[in-house]
Design a protein around this ligand. Structure first.
Ligand code: CDP
Length: 212
């Protein structure tokens, strides 16, 4: 059983996916963390997106500890992640891990929830349910600001908004696996829904699909 959740930056996909996974006893994979890990690999070794060989090498060598590194969530890491995510070979290098996770969820869980940008379109086109979670850019920037402030990081709304818009543009306009709603995905606009309401709305979509 596979549930794919795609959508633009800071739309609340992770919060929703985590809650659903807990509720359903499914495994959860945040595919964005893999692209962030590639970016963090580069940042740690003092490289950037301009050295293609370095970018590709960084996508072949993701230590599990990187996924726990607090710097993974930095805005700079997210921004560089969006740049390296346009590289076709990087995407190919990360594809097998994601597909294997979805097909064989760890710990014998009955299903997997994977969130990202291209899960319903490229990684798991056969997913049992596809959600496309979105919200206005302004609302998403407010949520990201709150998230950062809760971690004690000072955040400026305008800067976050422009970063989110820049990332949305890069993610939507890239040639390989762009951010796009799959034809068979259900749109969930959470602009006016808090986390609890978004969770309830998603559950309401899951139940008729006989996934639980
Ligand atoms: O959490 P946030 O929405 O800020 O982003 P993320 O899900 O952590 O993803 C970071 C970046 O990785 C995105 O801006 C995308 O460029 C890239 N990504 C992707 O290309 N494909 C995915 N399946 C997931 C993330």
């Amino acid at each position: 059983m596979i549930i794919a959740i795609d959508g633009p930056a800071a739309a609340g996909k992770g919060t929703l996916a985590r809650r659903l996974a807990k509720h359903l006893n499914f495994a959860y994979l945040d595919s964005g963390s893999l692209y962030r890990a590639v970016a963090l690999n580069l940042i740690i070794s003092g490289q950037d997106e301009n050295n293609e060989d370095g970018v590709i090498a960084a996508s072949k060598n993701i230590e599990p500890s990187l996924l726990e590194d607090p710097r993974l969530r930095d805005e700079a890491t997210g921004h560089l992640a969006s740049k390296v995510a346009s590289n076709k070979i990087v995407r190919e290098n990360l594809l097998h891990f994601q597909q294997n996770f979805a097909a064989n969820p760890p710990n014998g869980e009955a299903g997997a929830i994977v969130d990202g940008r291209d899960i319903g379109t490229v990684v798991c086109p056969e997913a049992d349910l596809k959600l496309f979670v979105t919200a206005t850019a302004d609302e998403r920037a407010k949520r990201r600001q709150l998230e950062l402030e809760q971690k004690g990081i000072a955040a400026n709304h305008e800067n976050i908004l422009s970063d989110i818009q820049a990332r949305d543009k890069m993610d939507s306009e890239r040639a390989t696996s762009p951010l796009v709603q799959a034809e068979d995905a259900i749109l969930l606009d959470t602009t006016n829904l808090n986390a609890e309401k978004a969770f309830q709305a998603a559950l309401g979509l899951i139940k008729p699909a006989n996934l639980v």
